[in-house]
Ligand binder design. Structure first.
Ligand SMILES: NC(=O)c1ccc[n+]([C@@H]2O[C@H](COP(=O)([O-])OP(=O)(O)OC[C@H]3O[C@@H](n4cnc5c(N)ncnc54)[C@H](O)[C@@H]3O)[C@@H](O)[C@H]2O)c1
Length: 331
């Protein structure tokens, strides 16, 4: 499926090897200890949020990294939908002879759905992929710090929220970095089974070992890490979202019809889908949340979210996942 603009840019950036990604991260923001650190082995993974990103991450980890994965979601409906989607993807891969039936069966067996966060008490790493709402993510990380083992890597798939802020939510005492030093961002690209790019972002508190372990695990999943500083939108969405937002403004102000906007970008810049179709695919709520983070975080009016984008979200027209966005997906 669609190798989206976000991902195309990510591929360009990701031409270097992941070991150098860890080195670049080390040198970017702060001095690490002079003791060489090694990546810890991840034997069991947890994923929080079984939506399009969480499920994709869980599936690729189970298949490529061959680790058992507990997938936690507070909605049984989302879990059922996610597991059914995993079945569908695996069957498709078998029918197209990309993988054997044995690999599909083994992958499926490694996925355990759950509605109970306490089931994350024995994981070595957890990747959070709940909606892009700062307070929600902070609450989840406060819980993860309590529930997960004291060595576990606590990773977020956030598209734009400060990793430093998410890490700070793991403790009431900011001088105690025993949990916050284990927080890192592994920002996978959508769709996870297809796209190789992943952004690795460390917060102020993140330890070198945490970064190395996250990079090594992403590599085990077959991904190519790129390094970004902990700034609003990081690299991928700092570039992609203003492009999508401008396309919505063009629609809103009558510069072009949706088909013309998408066609000119698709046929003129060699991307697999136009910006409005891409926004529907990502989720309009996610796009709005990222624009809000860019607007607030960078304080520049050029990042103001389109009022039409906000109206679509208010209407519940969130794109492909809700059956309607700029296009209809019911039929
Ligand atoms: N959609 C994209 O293209 C994309 C790409 C990269 C990163 N992201 C980021 O990934 C994250 C998830 O995005 P998504 O598109 O998968 O969202 P989604 O809406 O498809 O899925 C979110 C899931 O989280 C679950 N959830 C909500 N509250 C929860 C809670 N308290 N505990 C457990 N589960 C809970 C929901 O039931 C849902 O299944 C966001 O931070 C988003 O910004 C999205």
């Amino acid at each position: 499926m669609a190798a989206i603009a976000l991902l195309a840019s990510s591929r360009l950036m990701a031409s270097s090897r992941s070991s150098t990604a860890a080195q670049r991260l080390s040198s970017m923001s702060r001095q690490f200890s002079s003791t060489p650190m090694t990546a810890a082995e991840i034997k069991k993974l947890g994923v929080v949020g079984a939506g399009q990103m969480g499920l994709g991450i869980a599936l690729v980890a189970a298949q490529r990294a061959e680790v058992p994965v507990i997938v936690v979601d507070n909605s049984q409906r989302s879990l059922d939908k996610g597991m059914a989607f995993a079945d569908k993807l695996l069957s498709k891969d078998v029918s197209k002879q990309r993988i054997s039936q044995e690999i599909a069966d083994a992958t499926k067996k490694r996925l355990t759905p759950s509605t109970n966060m306490q089931d994350l008490s024995d994981v070595d790493m957890v990747i959070e992929a709940v909606p892009e709402i700062p307070k929600l993510k902070e609450d989840i990380f406060a819980q993860l710090a309590e529930i997960c083992p004291k060595h576990a890597i606590l990773a977020t798939n956030t598209s734009s929220i400060s990793i430093t802020k998410i890490a700070a939510a793991t403790t009431k005492d900011p001088t105690d970095t025993s949990a916050s030093s284990r927080v890192v961002s592994t920002h996978f690209m959508n769709p996870v089974p297809v796209q190789k790019g992943v952004e690795i972002i460390s917060g102020l508190q993140t330890s070198e070992e945490t970064v190395k372990t996250a990079v090594a695990f992403c590599e085990k999943m077959g991904k190519v890490p790129s390094v970004s500083a902990d700034k609003p939108g990081f690299l991928a969405n700092r570039i992609l979202m203003p492009y999508i937002n401008e396309a919505v403004i063009c629609l809103e102000t009558g510069v072009g019809k949706k088909e013309d906007i998408d066609n000119i970008m698709k046929n003129g810049t060699n991307v697999p889908m136009g910006p409005l179709a891409l926004a529907d695919f990502i989720g309009l709520d996610t796009c709005l949340a990222i624009m809000e983070t860019l607007h607030q975080g960078l304080g520049d009016s050029k990042y103001r979210p389109s009022p039409l984008l906000r109206q679509y979200v208010d209407a519940g027209w969130l794109g492909k996942k809700s059956g309607k966005g700029f296009y209809d997906y019911k039929s």
